[in-house]
Design a protein around this ligand. Sequence first.
Ligand code: UDP
Ligand code: MG
Length: 323
Amino acid sequence: MKLSVVIPAFNEEENIRHLYDELKAVLRASDYSHEILFIDDGSSDNTLSILHDIQEMDASVFVISFRRNFGQTAAMSAGFDFAEGDVIVTMDADLQNDPHDIPELIRKIEEGYDVVTGWRHDRKDAFINRKLPSIVANKLISWTTGVSLHDYGCTLKAFRKEVIKNIKLYGEMHRFIPAIASGMGISFTEIKVNHRPRRFGSSKYGISRTIRVVLDLLTVKFLLSYSTRPIQVFGLLGFISGAIGFIIALVMTAQRQFFGIPLGDRPLLLLSILLIFIGIQFVSIGLIAELQARTYHETQQKPVYFVRKLSGRGAGDKAETDE
Ligand code: UDP
Ligand code: MG
């Protein structure tokens, strides 16, 4: 079994070397073959030249350097694209994750889990702008996705190759990989990991990340539940809205026809027209989304199902998800 460690780094010049030394010691002590993928996310400091120095000394290191800063999620995607290992481990470059937790992650993968995530049970970050939003976000994500984890934000995670190669990441979505993966029917678990305060450099995020994460959550929820059947969401909303509008209009028409109640000065008339219009629009959006869903799945040859294993036809057992 080969291990790929994926590490996005953006302006981490003081951390990189310490991280490499510590990580390398851990990997050497384990008996897996390994590679370390550093992704320089358009750093403006010496991160890249330090990475190149390390790479020259160690053939197991692979450096991907971005033309500009594309963000942590993009950096992780690049790492996944280039990783050659059977198991992929992700971690931060700022020494906040402890490489000594990696063997435990791998043990869980060997037990049969497809995804193992770290839980920073004793997180060493500021309370107000880090831990508090994270507690709220974790509850929210667990509740909406139905995947119960204590800590989505922890970058220290391990994945089987098949899981990662089938997931496309956008926005701030790297934290939702377990939730997306669970939609594919994948098994996951969580272990407590060590977390350390940032010693060098500064955090790359502010409080605005919370909002972006919540917006991404909306997308993930939609994709998980309805990406193959959007009409069922929009159509239902449209139907409810349209039906209420229609009933109001019907009642008012009857009142006008049979009881001579004037129609022109009734605000309810506007409401009923509005509801009918919204209803029609929702249904139309649903139909357009159905077309989109077909384009989405078919252009990417993305099946609407996920196979664990195929057996028979004399070709031996073959995991469909293997690329
Ligand atoms: N990072 C990155 N690109 C970015 C922002 C961050 O590659 O645009 C990397 C950063 O170098 C670090 C990891 O993502 O390795 C986590 O960032 P940070 O420590 O700033 O986040 P925090 O721990 O404060 O949540
Ligand atoms: Mg950090």
